[in-house]
Design a protein around this ligand. Structure first.
Ligand code: SF4
Length: 318
């Protein structure tokens, strides 16, 4: 038993709308009786992938793994245009789950290439969204950490865009850096508003609690950024992938109120499970006894219907 008497879940967490839409499209296709695949994991979350598999939706790594006539769902990150062309040539039914914000990014980058701008993209080089964008701007220079920025050449006309989940402060800093790199600089702010709102709500939650638990993939940039922001406001934070990582009650020994937040690929239902786990592991006797009820209340206070994993009911395959 411990000292935690309350757990709060940051508002506007759970899947972003792009991820949720792609999942819903896959479920709708499977429910309509189509053999359905997703090209790559829709999210790096084993529970979600298992849930989709139970509904007959299979994850494939390449189009070669999809048999002719089947449906293939493009995930929210989008793909290079040649991938779509190949899918059509192979007679696959393409269900495009590319997030509308990413489609907008793809259009912007195409237009800027046509207008003769040298493109600089702030992003993680092998992230699927970045790989997809490079299909529209093969000569774009991708930079991530500040140490990379000196590799940006000097050009007359340059344009700067960002992968949707990059931190806004980094984009602003890079924009300022690039002013000295060219004569004409076009800045298109493609940092997704969902990313910005999630950061704001995480900071708001962090200010009111003794310790934050940040849930998301170990290599997820947007998750790491949430952990960093908690530190900036002076609240200790631990980053985990799932409730199973919480085994040591000692971490919570100085905390009475704990906050929980998560990256754009973390289902809000996972945050509820983490809240319950914290209360069972390190709650006061009263809080531990009511762990499920308190975790459900924290979820209800945080989640709008739009924040849920899916807007569709589970469909059993028969
Ligand atoms: S983070 Fe934003 S741009 Fe990226 S998939 Fe989610 S909603 Fe779309």
């Amino acid at each position: 038993m411990g000292n935690v008497r309350e757990v709060r879940i940051a508002r506007r967490t759970g899947f972003c709308y792009g991820v949720r839409e792609a999942i819903d499209k896959a479920k709708e296709a499977a429910a309509a009786g189509k053999p359905t695949h997703t090209l790559g994991q829709v999210v790096h979350n084993e529970g979600v992938i298992a849930d989709l598999a139970a509904q007959g939706i299979e994850t494939v790594e390449t189009l070669d793994d999809v048999r002719s006539g089947a449906a293939v769902v493009i995930r929210a990150h989008g793909v290079r245009p040649d991938v779509l062309e190949r899918a059509e040539q192979r007679g696959l039914e393409v269900i495009d789950g590319t997030c509308t914000w990413v489609i907008q990014e793809q259009r912007e980058i195409t237009r800027l290439v046509e207008e003769g701008y040298a493109i600089v993209l702030l992003g993680t080089p092998l992230h699927p969204e970045v790989v997809g964008l490079l299909g529209f701007a093969p000569d774009a220079i991708v930079v991530d950490e500040e140490a990379d920025w000196d590799s940006i050449p000097r050009r007359k006309k340059m344009a700067l865009l960002s992968q949707s989940t990059q931190p806004p402060w980094k984009f602003e800093k890079l924009a300022a850096f690039m002013v000295g790199r060219c004569h004409e600089l076009k800045i298109v702010n493609t940092v997704c508003p969902v990313t910005i709102r999630r950061q704001e709500d995480t900071v708001e939650a962090a200010r009111e609690v003794d310790l934050m638990v940040v849930v998301g993939g170990r290599s997820s940039a947007n998750t790491k950024e949430l952990t960093r922001l908690c530190g900036i406001v002076g609240t200790p934070a631990i980053q985990i992938e799932s409730e199973e990582d919480l085994t040591d009650a000692a971490i919570f020994k100085d905390a009475a109120v704990v906050g929980v937040t998560g990256g754009t690929s973390t289902p809000i239902e996972d945050l509820r499970c983490v809240a319950e786990r914290v209360l069972r592991l390190a709650g006061t006797p009263q809080a531990a006894a009511r762990a499920e009820e308190l975790a459900n209340a924290a979820l209800a206070a945080a989640a709008t219907p739009a924040g849920r994993t899916t807007s569709l009911p589970a469909v059993a395959v028969g």
